[in-house]
Design a protein around this ligand. Structure first.
Ligand code: SF4
Length: 326
């Protein structure tokens, strides 16, 4: 371990009821991912007793890293849509999805921009409206760790007492040099403080990391995953870096290719899954940019192919989530 990361802590105690060791097992649906990993979909099914679907909601928020409060121009990888390009109205989404999954329950996912960046009164109205909507059984909120004031934490605490909820934090990397390069505009200790405050209130957190950021080696990415897994996060999202239109990446590094091939990416993700502790829920293993704005890597939109490749590689190795945890 590099000396710079001596702040890496011992793993937190396993939450009550979390598996000690994840063992490959058969599922009713034959879902290979759920057989080899603690996927959030499988976890939600055990909690709610049926399939749960996340609905992407655009709450109309902005971002302090775009309006000059924290920075300008946004994070280097971020397109104008901030990853929420699929967001649409709740009723429309339920109407469409209920044809496919008539018995599903729904979680309102505030995805676009920074969803705690507004006066608390506004946040309360928007989150309450979503939670009151028929069919909605929980809420997920994506934000930045530097947008969690005491008042916001109090509101989240209040919601968490009465509703199923988790909060998502965009960390992307633990390496300050990369954080500067991608214009993240907050330091790692802000993330540490946020996780501490959220855990203190028993609020589940999901941490986002990006694989393939400029200048990062596979060892750097592994250090980020190890750090996040020991930080007290409940879940993890691993994003393949997507270069999208209207992003800083597209302007500064138009020819950038984060991985040589899908196989190269799949190999790294499998290495990382093996060191993610079994109690941590896995929420994402690929990129999610819509094809019409995706520049590179051009194979990134083939999400099913990448996920199948990850499952096949784990199977070939005879490995699974956490099998190489200490
Ligand atoms: S990634 Fe999030 S924090 Fe960064 S510019 Fe986009 S919306 Fe803002």
């Amino acid at each position: 371990m590099n000396n710079r990361f001596k702040f890496l802590k011992k793993r937190k105690a396993r939450p009550a009821g979390a598996p000690e060791v994840f063992r490959p097992h058969k599922t009713e649906t034959g879902d290979m991912s759920a057989e080899l990993m603690n996927t959030v979909n499988a976890w939600l099914k055990t909690q709610f007793g049926r399939k749960m679907v996340k609905l992407s909601i655009d709450g109309g928020f902005t971002c302090p890293n775009r309006d000059g409060t924290k920075g300008v121009g946004g994070c280097l990888f971020c397109g104008e849509g901030a990853g929420g390009d699929f967001a649409s109205d709740i009723s429309d989404q339920i109407r469409l999805l209920s044809k496919k999954w008539p018995d599903a329950g729904y979680i309102a996912y505030f995805q676009n921009h920074t969803n705690t960046y507004a006066p608390v009164k506004v946040l309360r109205e928007k989150f309450s409206a979503a939670l009151k909507h028929q069919g909605i059984e929980g809420i997920a909120i994506a934000t930045r760790p530097d947008c969690l004031s005491e008042e916001v934490l109090d509101l989240l605490d209040e919601i968490n007492q009465d509703h199923f909820m988790w909060l998502e934090l965009g960390l992307q990397t633990i390496h300050e040099e990369t954080a500067d390069l991608i214009n993240r505009c907050y330091s790692l200790d802000i993330y540490e403080k946020a996780i501490y405050e959220l855990n203190k209130r028993n609020i589940k957190t999901v941490t986002h990391l990006i694989l393939g950021l400029p200048g990062e080696t596979k060892e750097n990415m592994r250090e980020s995953v190890e750090y996040v897994c020991s930080s007290g996060t409940w879940g993890i999202k691993l994003h393949l870096l997507n270069v999208v239109r209207n992003s800083g990446m597209a302007i500064l590094y138009p020819d950038y290719l984060p991985f040589e091939s899908p196989e190269d990416y799949i190999d790294l993700v499998c290495d990382l899954i093996e060191i993610i502790p079994p109690e941590i829920t896995i929420h994402r293993l690929t990129g999610d940019a819509p094809r019409n704005i995706l520049i590179s890597p051009e194979w990134s939109y083939k999400k099913r192919t990448i996920l199948n490749g990850i499952n096949a590689e784990l199977k070939r190795r005879g490995s699974w989530q956490g099998c190489k945890c200490e």
